[in-house]
Design a protein around this ligand. Structure first.
Ligand code: AMP
Ligand code: GLY
Length: 403
């Protein structure tokens, strides 16, 4: 099968790494060269049904822009939802409306226009118990403000009003929940859904969950807070009702449905949906999931196979090496030692480039050192020794991923 991967970050490198090991993948195609792709990857400029059997879309933006619809028009199976269904991630207010209609547990909320003079009153009224303000649209992780008190709300409103772009035309004002966070992924053809190991991302820049939010500084799978039985329960209580509600609206969802959850004292509640694998959650998942091709193809063709995905026992851990200055002003150019794969670790190359034949840091999240083993402790040890083997000048690494 000739498989095209869309996107060029650590998540896509992990997908390509795993798919390159599958003898059924005869060709891996990408849109542009990158040092991180497996060695036999080919660059194919155009998308057409004569040369591609399956398109796997990594990031959300191409899906929101209608890539799955384009593939459908050309008769190419696409792993990833249509633009209409992609609104689950692209519009937080729409996702809330779908959840309410589907009876899915989530934080209580109001959707209010940024220009509505009532916004301040509603948000300040809710501030007493903690409130979260969210720009409705895609804001690259910068549109969510968790507020403890009235002053936080005032600062959040100033920040949201400073960028009144289309992402923030509507504001979702929601109840602040508390508890550990976890992520549950379902692979679906729109009707049937199968679960993958749960995962825990580490979004803050510094140890102890301190500092600014990032795209993710590391991830583990499975998350010890969310067992395989817990995943099944979440699929029944969250994913399946949402898929049923989408079908009612004439929308078929093919791809991965990622539920970001908070484990509250009253049970798991949904914080957000993503329409794609997480980055770096995907790196940890791919270390454990040995047969993704048949599931991704089954989802894309509307016919998921029988049975369950083949998942290795044990655990995986991905530790991100970020450029100095990440996330605001990553400094590029550091020389990177040549990454080596071992039987229990590999290094996914995300923000890198070749300069005069040398591998250099060229982005914010540069490398994803990923280890696996029989236990989370072993997976961490392998991930951290892989990280040490590629540590570059100024690399920023959290030391508590998976602790
Ligand atoms: P989101 O993009 O909606 O997942 O929000 C980003 C982050 O904000 C989440 O990972 C949580 O840490 C936090 N967050 C979002 N919604 C809430 C909520 N209702 N209560 C508490 N924290 C939240
Ligand atoms: N790591 C968080 C995300 O991919 O949304």
């Amino acid at each position: 099968m000739r498989v095209r991967i869309v996107g060029v970050g650590g998540r896509e490198m992990a997908l390509a790494w795993r798919l390159a090991k599958d003898p059924n993948v005869t060709q891996l195609q990408v849109a542009r060269p990158h040092p991180g792709w497996p060695s036999r990857t080919v660059v194919v400029d155009t998308l057409n049904a004569e040369q591609t059997d399956l398109v796997i879309v990594g990031p959300e933006a191409p899906l929101v822009d209608g890539l799955a619809d384009t593939c459908a028009a050309q008769g190419i199976p696409c792993f990833g939802p249509t633009a209409a269904a992609a609104q689950l991630e692209a519009s937080k207010s729409w996702a809330k409306e779908v959840m309410l209609a589907a009876g899915v547990s989530t934080a209580a909320h109001h959707t209010v226009a940024l220009s509505d003079p009532e916004l301040d009153r509603i948000a300040l009224h809710m501030a007493a118990d903690g409130v979260v303000l969210k720009a409705d649209g895609l804001a690259g992780g910068k549109g969510v403000f968790v507020c403890d008190e009235a002053d936080d709300v005032r600062r959040a409103l100033v920040a949201l009003r400073a960028h009144p772009g289309s992402a923030a035309k509507q504001i979702v004002v929601e109840e602040r929940l508390t508890g550990p966070e976890t992520s549950v992924f379902g692979i679906t053809d729109g009707t049937r859904i199968v679960g993958l190991p749960s995962s825990r991302d580490h979004k803050r820049l510094f140890d102890g969950a301190l500092g600014p939010n990032t795209g993710g500084m590391g991830a583990i799978a499975p998350d010890p807070n969310m067992t395989a039985e817990g995943v099944e329960t979440v699929l029944r209580q969250v994913h399946e009702p949402v898929l049923a509600e989408l079908r009612k609206r004439g929308l078929s969802y093919r791809g991965v449905l990622y539920a970001g959850l908070m484990l509250t004292p009253s049970g798991p509640r949904v914080l957000e949906f993503n329409i794609r694998f997480g980055d770096p959650e995907c790196q940890a998942l791919m270390a454990l999931w040995t047969d993704p091709l048949r599931w991704l193809y089954g989802a894309a063709t509307g016919c998921l196979p029988e049975g369950q995905p083949d998942i290795a026992d044990g655990a995986a851990c991905c530790v991100v090496l970020a450029a100095p200055g990440y996330p605001t002003k990553p400094i590029r150019g550091a020389l990177i030692p040549t990454p080596q794969e071992t039987p229990s670790s590999t290094v996914f190359q995300a923000g890198v480039a070749l300069q005069a034949g040398a591998l250099t840091a060229a982005g914010g999240r540069v490398l994803g050192a990923t280890g696996w083993g029989a236990t989370l402790t072993q997976a961490r040890t392998h991930a951290y020794s892989a990280a040490e083997s590629v540590r570059f000048d100024g690399a920023h690494i959290r030391s508590d991923i998976g602790l």
